[in-house]
Design a protein around this ligand. Structure first.
Ligand code: PLZ
Length: 443
């Protein structure tokens, strides 16, 4: 792959003819409900580049939704996967166990916040991890209620749809949803009253829990430390610690959903580390295994071990190939110091996005942490979300060969999730294309 400028990375329009042909086959074979942000068909990857069937090199500022932080493919992951598939691909950990599963749990117990004794269990996806965290929390507390936040995203299964806030596209006509789920306000500094502190936002939430649910009914408060699909909402400092303190007082479990934020993405191993919050349970997935499907729940031994033997599991949970990939990915995160790499990405990108905001009146807010950064679009001078401008800006980036994702309850946020290993020159190039695409389309 060359080191040319964005213009010369593209051989055809995006999507090109070969992708369009595949798209036609896809439409005739794949259910319409499964959509793609950018229908270019990928043939191979690299550190920050994806090559499509037309030979276009696309700059990847999405990492497959925060998954391939260690590279795509990461050499250590390739070796570990190859070595594992040659030995065996599956036994089912519930039938005959293997060491890799245990080692991943040891790593999770070591790396997640807090030096208390922990246990972990492994699953196939983020949604499955969240479902199991709720099962465990209900079992361990003997309480039914689960509290979630406005703008939350926790998955697409029936229980996690109930936890997820946004109707379209996640919930529309898919109900009825699981019961005993209660939603309270989050901390959204751009949209909250001016000067609202994190503590005040937490009090707004916990007052509602006290009044509408009753603290003694709450099994768990499930929180993304930085909200992902809901808009890359970074809560005001003090919000997470105050919420965790309320949970401790109420005997409810504080569950950090670190599926998008975890594994170095925000410049620390976990996003709660920035505020020294120690959750009772942590859910992980995405970045943990360098692109292979794996999810985990990690927590205090007395909570995790409350569940009867056989109460947790699944045929594929903690598959040996996924575990081998995870161990290699975690090894790379450690040896290449990927938390520091994420902080360097922030240092490069955030000032440039702030400069861009100063030039583009439709940009209302720029925010984020580490390599999890976002631009929120509004009608100039107001807080009114502008999803159309957002969609046009994202489409312009795509045409120019840069993969960016959108998000937000109001679909008015462009988010950046570059691979943590992206070469600095490629990040600069991607940001330049993004800036000029946005200025030219909506500036
Ligand atoms: N919790 C915080 O971000 C997955 C989903 C995109 P799965 N986010 C991307 C989409 O449109 O489906 C996510 C998350 C947080 C849970 C999940 C769910 O993880 O591995 O997609 O099930």
């Amino acid at each position: 792959m060359g080191t040319t400028t964005a213009g010369t990375r593209l051989r055809t329009e995006v999507p090109g003819p070969a992708s369009r042909e595949l798209q036609a086959r896809r439409s005739a074979a794949v259910a319409a409900g499964v959509a793609s942000t950018l229908p270019v068909f990928i043939t191979r990857g690299g550190d920050g580049l994806l090559v499509d069937v037309d030979g276009n090199e696309l700059i990847d500022l999405g990492s497959g939704i925060a998954v391939t932080g260690v590279g795509n493919p990461a050499p250590a992951v390739v070796d570990a996967v190859r070595e594992q598939v040659e030995r065996f691909t599956h036994t089912c950990f519930m039938i005959t166990p293997y060491e890799g599963y245990v080692t991943v749990c040891e790593e999770l117990n070591r790396l997640t916040p807090g030096d208390h004794e922990k246990r972990s269990a492994l699953f196939n996806s983020g949604a499955e991890a969240v479902e199991n965290a709720v099962k465990i929390a209900r079992y361990a507390t003997g309480r039914p209620a689960v509290v979630v936040l406005d703008h939350a995203y926790h998955g697409r299964t029936n229980l996690t749809m109930a936890l997820t806030a946004k109707n379209m596209p996640y919930k529309h006509r898919f109900g009825p949803f699981a019961g005993e789920v209660y939603r309270v306000p989050t901390s959204y500094p751009f949209r909250d009253p001016d000067g609202m502190t994190g503590e005040q936002a937490a009090a707004r939430a916990t007052t509602q829990i006290d009044k509408l649910v009753g603290a003694s009914n709450v099994a768990a408060v499930v929180v993304e430390p930085i909200q992902g699909e809901g808009g890359f909402v970074v809560p005001a400092p003090g919000f997470l610690p105050a919420l965790a303190a309320w949970c401790a007082e109420a005997g409810a479990l504080f569950v950090a959903d670190e599926i998008q934020t975890g594994f170095c993405r925000t410049g620390a191993w976990f996003a709660v580390d920035h505020e020294q919050v120690v959750p009772d349970l942590v859910t992980t997935a995405k970045g943990i295994a360098g692109g292979l499907p794996l999810g985990g729940v990690t927590g205090r031994v007395e909570i995790m071990d409350a569940v009867h033997p056989g109460g947790l599991g699944g045929t594929y949970g903690g598959n040996p190939v996924a575990c081998a990939a995870a161990l290699a990915a975690i090894g790379t995160m450690r040896s290449a110091d990927l938390p520091a790499a994420a902080r360097r990405i922030e240092q490069t990108a955030l000032p440039r996005l702030r400069d861009l905001a100063a030039r583009v009146p439709a940009i209302g807010d720029v925010r984020g942490r580490g390599a999890m950064l976002a631009i929120e679009f509004v009608r100039p001078g107001t807080l009114d979300p502008d999803p159309d401008t957002t969609a046009r800006a994202a489409a312009a980036c795509h045409r120019a060969g840069v993969i960016v994702l959108t998000c937000g309850t109001y679909s008015n946020v462009i988010r950046l999730l570059p691979p943590l290993v992206i070469p600095p020159a490629l990040l600069d190039e991607g940001l330049s294309v993004l800036e000029s695409s946005i200025v030219d389309t909506v500036g």
